[in-house]
Write a new protein. Structure first.
Length: 167
């Protein structure tokens, strides 16, 4: 993704982030180049898509499906599965519990928590050279580079759990 100019109106910038999310590397693609559900959820959170939101700081990893049926419909469209619903999506999420990629937040309906260590391990298992997924935690659109800097893709952050100083 090229840096978005500061002159681009906010609504256009959000449109670009929603419809052209951060580039996906080999680390974040599953078997056969297919996007995985956890990657889709991070893209949705980063884009500020309706129906899904962070609960607290993104660095804590907790998010909630405010409209689980709408998120499931979008996931179904993405995977070309028109009969996708929240029951099927939640079954897929449970697969990640054993892999330590995410957990269900006890006592909160439709609330889940990413395990950043588990995600890092999953990325390392897929491709050691691929950048981690931490750039999805940035709040809002990426800042425009200085006028003298060429348009490039953002550099990857260190492969450790993010905190507010890292972002």
């Amino acid at each position: 993704m090229l840096w978005v100019s500061a002159a681009v109106p906010d609504h256009r910038r959000l449109h670009q982030l929603y419809h052209e999310p951060y580039p996906l590397s080999g680390c974040v693609r599953g078997g056969g180049g297919q996007v995985q559900l956890w990657q889709f959820l991070l893209e949705e959170l980063a884009a500020g898509a309706p129906g899904i939101c962070w609960e607290g700081s993104p660095g804590e990893g907790e998010f909630r499906l405010c409209d689980p049926d709408e998120v499931a419909r979008r996931w179904g469209r993405r995977k070309q599965k028109p009969h996708m619903n929240y029951d099927k999506l939640s079954r897929a999420l449970r697969y990640y519990y054993d892999k330590n990629i995410m957990t269900k937040v006890p006592g909160k309906r439709y609330a889940y928590r990413f395990s950043w260590a588990g995600l890092a391990a999953a990325c390392q298992a897929q491709a050691a050279e691929a950048p981690p997924y931490w750039h999805y935690l940035a709040r809002g659109p990426l800042p425009a580079p200085p006028a003298s800097a060429p348009a490039t893709e953002p550099e990857s952050l260190p492969a450790h759990a993010p905190n507010s100083q890292t972002l």
